[in-house]
Design a protein around this ligand. Sequence first.
Ligand code: ZN
Ligand code: ZN
Length: 184
Amino acid sequence: MQIRLDQIGDQPYTWNQTRSILAHELERGGLTDLGPVIWRGEIRRVATDFLLYAQLSYEQTSTCSRCLGPAIGRVDETLELLIQIEEEAAKEEEEESEIELTEDDMGVLTLAGPQFDLEPLMREQMQLSVAMRSLCRAECRGLCPQCGVDLNLAACACNREKIDPRWAGLAVLKDRMVDGEADS
Ligand SMILES: [Zn+2]
Ligand SMILES: [Zn+2]
């Protein structure tokens, strides 16, 4: 969706779309399915710059990294961006005027001209929202490393008395503390 920023006047430019995007289009391996994507927002003129405020919400399904089952997560992101057009930004520098941002984490985007495309912005934001490691639920028990059974669904007879790797670090720490006490 191409927008001409220089055509935005006193009224902000607004959009509100429901999109269907295929999971594989995002090129993130863990992602298997995407629900309808609601993408809406507005761009308003602030002196010579533009302020973009957008919301992105959808449901995404990825592969649980413990049991390999579906991990469904809801994404609700808001995005605030200050958009500058290069020629205008250069002019401002000459005038030595400073732009003060009220929010530290607000991104600044500098464009070469007034042409702006919302599509790559939406896709980039979606890529960032795909978790590197997702779980179907926090307490997912995963697969048995020996027989492969899904421990959420069934128990198995394998001997798994070894220390859970998640607690191994704590066990080492405990040993050290005991050693420390013995030295003093
Ligand atoms: Zn799981
Ligand atoms: Zn087993």
